[in-house]
Design a protein around this ligand. Structure first.
Ligand code: AOF
Ligand code: ZN
Length: 360
């Protein structure tokens, strides 16, 4: 077995049935974080005494507040000494918005730590090794798949160190996004448009090119069924070198706007990630979409196809360097449905897992 990769669950001692049950509890506590924890993950923790009874529980309530382990240790009080902490994410090993959980676990005299997901955040990772090094019994990978499903967007963003990108397209059956006179309002029906507002409400940023702003003058806010802006607005991002008039609707005060004088998707995503953007909705025109697709920077595509034909006019995607059918960018549809009269479909362009709408 020399040289064999260490399995993710390798530790000092396999998790017991009681610990697995406690992990189920930790996972359900994590979902209690009703308020969005963004940009932090949803995490839950449980403290078990030597007899296997729960003596403390906690979950993370949002950036800047104590991590789940700390909440659970506080809840357990002196009972934490000699106890086992069961947590849905590997304890962090960094001083960020809060102190490292490794230090608090050691200070509390915990003797064993069981965690689910290995921390994909390079800044905070390494906690398991530190705890092992300090003599604790540590077991990882327990129900890790379920823990990842709690924070799929966060996990992907941390692994890639860039935001997850959902590309939204709305076009006719012949793939046109505008008629030959440039008119593009409205291709799809109002229900499809309402869904796009719901999509905007789920993401951290909406990205378009200067061309879209100059031609369509969109406001790019997330609005409810009554057309009123919702409370948490995504950052509006305009990319490209052309200047935008101060009177453009993206410059109104309904949400924050960032103009990035770049066409380079990698650069744009880097800039957004640095601003804690973990999920971006790409709503740009054919040129910007082509740049993102060519760069392999689209993870998921959500399409609305209207039962209409134009025969001419801009198509939804500009050239992506494909000359032959054998070079087509192919992907798998993962969903299709009717939204009033329009067709809604989605597919994954990168190797990402399936997850439910609204996942963080
Ligand atoms: C959480 N909650 O319960 C745990 C986290 O922003 P900071 O400084 O609080 O650190 C966030 C990182 O800490 C996060 O990306 C993750 O890697 C680690 N663990 N974070 O927000 C928690 N246990
Ligand atoms: Zn922590």
């Amino acid at each position: 077995m020399l040289g064999a990769p260490e399995p993710e669950w390798a530790g000092t001692e396999m998790a017991s049935t009681i610990e697995i049950d406690a992990m189920q509890r930790a996972l359900s506590l994590a979902t209690r974080a009703e308020a969005p924890t963004h940009p932090n993950p949803r995490v839950g923790a449980v403290v078990l005494d030597a007899a296997g009874s729960i003596v403390g529980e906690g979950f993370h309530r949002g950036a800047g507040t104590p991590h789940a382990e700390i909440e659970a240790l506080r809840d357990a009080g002196p009972s934490a000494s000699g106890a086992t902490v069961v947590v849905s994410l590997e304890p962090c090993n960094h001083s960020g918005r809060t102190e490292p959980c490794t230090a608090s676990l050691l200070q509390a005299g915990v003797s064993r730590v069981v965690f689910a997901q290995t921390d994909p955040n390079p800044v905070a990772a390494g906690g398991a090794e530190v705890l092992r090094g300090a003599g604790l019994s540590v077991e990882g990978g327990v129900l890790s798949e379920r823990a990842r499903e709690l924070n799929p967007i966060w996990t992907l963003a941390m692994q890639r160190q860039r935001p997850f990108v959902t590309w939204k397209v709305a076009a006719t059956v012949d793939g046109r996004v505008a008629a030959s006179d440039g008119s593009s309002r409205w291709i799809t029906g109002s229900s499809a448009r309402a869904e796009v507002h719901a999509l905007r409400a789920q993401v951290d940023a909406v990205v378009v090119g200067t061309g879209t702003v100059l031609e369509d003058d969109p406001q790019l806010t997330a609005r409810d069924a009554e057309g009123q802006p919702i409370e948490r607005q995504p950052l509006r991002v305009v990319v490209g070198h052309r200047s935008i008039p101060a009177s453009a609707k993206v410059n109104d005060d309904s949400a924050e706007t960032l103009h990035l004088p770049s066409h380079e998707p990698t650069e744009v995503l880097e800039e957004l990630f640095a601003r804690d953007v973990h999920h971006t909705l790409l709503e740009g025109g054919p040129t910007l979409a082509a740049a993102f697709v060519s760069a392999g920077a689209v993870d998921r595509v959500v399409g609305y196809t209207a039962p209409a034909l134009l025969g001419d006019g801009a198509s939804l995607l500009g050239p992506i360097g494909v000359a032959s059918i054998s070079d087509a960018v192919r992907f798998a549809f993962d969903d299709v449905s009717l939204v009033d009269g329009d067709l809604r479909w989605s597919g994954r362009l990168s190797d990402v897992p399936l997850f439910t709408e609204g996942a963080r």
